[in-house]
Design a protein around this ligand. Structure first.
Ligand code: 13P
Ligand code: SF4
Length: 301
């Protein structure tokens, strides 16, 4: 009898499918993926791939971004309930009202938002390129940063630009507390604290390194240190340990767990290849407008 992995391998060949996985996916899913990365790298892969089908192991807005960039491809999210609470904290209606209150401002949308929000924005960004994107905009312009208040506040501090924030946030990263950093430092005094910019400003102010998931992976890979405290979603520990078997990684808190990222399993990847479900579909007018903001980001960032 064939194992799940053998079945997945047979089907992905037959259907000319590529499996993309975010750094927060469970280890088994990361291990069978053709490519594992952060949001920016995954958008790039989705745009470049010659596969006919993209199985996107991540959350809904990521698969949507792949569809925005590759409309001719079939983009599949293995679990249709894998959403992102932060992305759901801003509706199109709310963004339109926000824009009306700030008629001269430019809108920068963190990719963690729906296609409708991207379509109403001037440019997108990820946590890996947010500073660069903001710096590419005219200095005298007010910027509306949506939906993540934490990343927006962090880039405001880094760039000194006039940025007005939408009050969305990541429930997973907001579970990290300053006390977690203090305790971790007491227990592991030699370990640098690496934190994702979706964490609160209080926690970020105590970090030794702030970066996207792939930037945290690169920092730990290149550092001479032997121990690290990791302040982002715990799925990343899989790759950290795999890439650095001689180093030790401590989660800043075991509460740093995103339930949506954990919905994808090997079984669901197999079923998604068998049934070609759940396919991402987008209204072409929205897709074209969203493509504009995502492509600008890919060009700049
Ligand atoms: P990055 O991988 O781009 O750092 O994204 C973090 C995240 O929260 C995605 O949901
Ligand atoms: Fe959304 Fe946070 Fe989960 Fe990322 S970790 S998908 S931002 S809830």
């Amino acid at each position: 009898m064939k194992t799940i992995i053998e079945k997945i391998n047979k089907l992905r060949k037959e259907k000319n499918a590529v499996i993309l996985a975010h750094n927060y996916q469970i280890g088994d899913v990361q291990d069978i993926a053709d490519f594992v990365g952060d949001s920016l790298a995954l958008s790039r892969k989705a745009a470049e791939t010659e596969a006919d089908v993209i199985i996107f192991c991540g959350v809904h807005f990521m698969a949507e971004t792949a569809k925005i960039l590759s409309p001719e491809k079939t983009v599949i999210l293995p679990d249709e309930n894998a959403g992102c609470p932060m992305a759901n904290m801003l509706t199109k209606k709310e963004l339109l009202a926000f824009k009306t209150e700030h008629p001269d401002a430019l809108v920068v949308a963190y990719v963690n938002c729906s296609a409708e929000i991207k379509a109403e924005s001037d440019v997108c960004c990820t946590s890996a390129n947010a500073v660069k994107i903001i710096e590419s905009l005219p200095e005298d312009k007010e910027i509306l940063f949506v939906p993540d208040q934490s990343l927006g506040d962090y880039v405001r501090g880094k760039t000194g630009r006039k940025i007005t924030l939408w009050q969305g946030y990541c429930p997973t990263h907001h579970r990290f507390l300053t006390k977690d950093v203090e305790d971790a430092r007491k227990n592991h005094p030699d370990a640098p604290v690496c934190v994702h910019p979706e964490a609160t400003g209080d926690v970020l102010s105590l970090a030794d390194f702030i970066g996207s998931t792939s930037q945290i992976l690169a920092y730990c890979r290149e550092s001479d240190k032997k121990e690290f405290i990791i302040g982002t979603e715990i799925g990343i520990l899989h790759t950290l340990k795999k890439e650095n078997p001689e180093k030790v990684f401590y989660p800043l808190s075991i509460l740093g767990d995103c339930p949506n990222m954990k919905l994808t399993t090997l079984e669901k990847v197999l079923w998604s290849l068998e049934d070609m479900e759940y396919e991402i579909k987008l209204d072409e007018e929205i897709r074209l407008a969203a493509e504009n903001s995502v492509k600008k980001m890919v060009e700049i960032g």
